[in-house]
Design a protein around this ligand. Sequence first.
Ligand code: SAM
Length: 415
Amino acid sequence: MVWVTWRAAMQEALYGSRGFYARGEPPAAHFRTSVHASPRYAAALLALLREIDVSLGHPARLDLVDIGAGRGELLSQMLGLARRGPLSGGQLPGAPPAGYPSLAERISPHAVEITPRPDGLDAQIRWSRSVPSRITGLVIANEWLDTIPLDVAELTSDGPRLVLVNTATGAERPGPPASGGDRAWLRQWWPLRSIGDRAEIGSARCAAWADVIGKLAGGLAVGVDYGHVRAGRPAGGTLAGYRDGRPVRPIPDGSCDITAHVAMDACAVAPASTGTGATGTATGTGATGAAQTTVTTQRVALRALGLRGSRPSLGQAGHDPQGYLAALRRAAEESELTDPSGLGGFSWLVHAVRVPLPACLTLGGHTLGGHTLGGDTLGGRAVPGGLMPAGRAIDAFAPAVDGRSATPLERWADG
Ligand SMILES: C[S@@+](CC[C@H](N)C(=O)[O-])C[C@H]1O[C@@H](n2cnc3c(N)ncnc32)[C@H](O)[C@@H]1O
């Protein structure tokens, strides 16, 4: 029987030499992410990439980095769609001039993944275990942050203690006192008030996300995960296990995925507070005033990008039955991706560095200007200008979807 902290147990169970991910378990065999749910997800993200391309002035190399890329499914889909894309330049406002290399020719796709490179992956996709040191383009991390190992703390009569877990049975018992750093994180982000209160210490995720944003020289980073904010932390914690498509008890023995929801507000301000930056100035994207941050839900973000789940008109069934069925299937897939009680309820954490936040994701004054963040937080404390009252759900900051203007998907006709 081995008793270790949850962070050590997750690290070994997922990424140790015989760990769940390290040995190459394909995520799609065990659970369903937006990437597996529908290629419409890739289409929406490609439309977002096209918006970033315009903002960056059509760089000769446009990085597309997928962190925690699984089997590279998302990059493969986006690349395939980009190659099929009708645009080679010059047709639309914001598109590069005719004759300029197409987006597909300029995309530099890079999968960051611990799992070995799958056979048969498109040769254009680079595959590595570490995040590239300088990125200009779009970073996507779909369900990555939730798999970063974390510790669990419980408030005891002599202060917060780390919880130890038995790696063979999943049984728990109190361990050593939480360190000064852990206590500071708990005080700021997940205060423990009564004996027995339990919290998941997200500092390793904050550091990992800050490191990614620090490597973003220009463009957008989007972290998508199930999350919570300080105003509504889940009382009993969120540790969960998944195997063969079913939720299972999170026993850290390498037999299942182990995951915990993400403290999105803490990750949102981490890049500004750690002062890392791709500029090499050590002042950080936040301190340079170059970053803007916003948190919204997947439902809001995807609808703004153009996934409306609209059903085709019944009239189409008569003259174009095949087209009608395809449109119906598409509508069903878009509904799944935007279902507020499912994938649509996921949080989107978006950082823009040296480009404006895309208009479709701009939350009418509720974005966070990196240089003015200071020590403020989402959801729990005031932010500059009082734009984020305590306790409001992050969805409350969503823009109303404007039904009149073209969405990025419509503008770029992807997919
Ligand atoms: C939940 S899966 C998500 C896969 C894919 N993004 C999707 O949405 O279908 C998380 C993936 O992140 C990978 N991962 C976790 N930590 C990582 C790290 N530090 N570096 C690279 N990959 C990591 C795991 O190996 C796993 O494939």
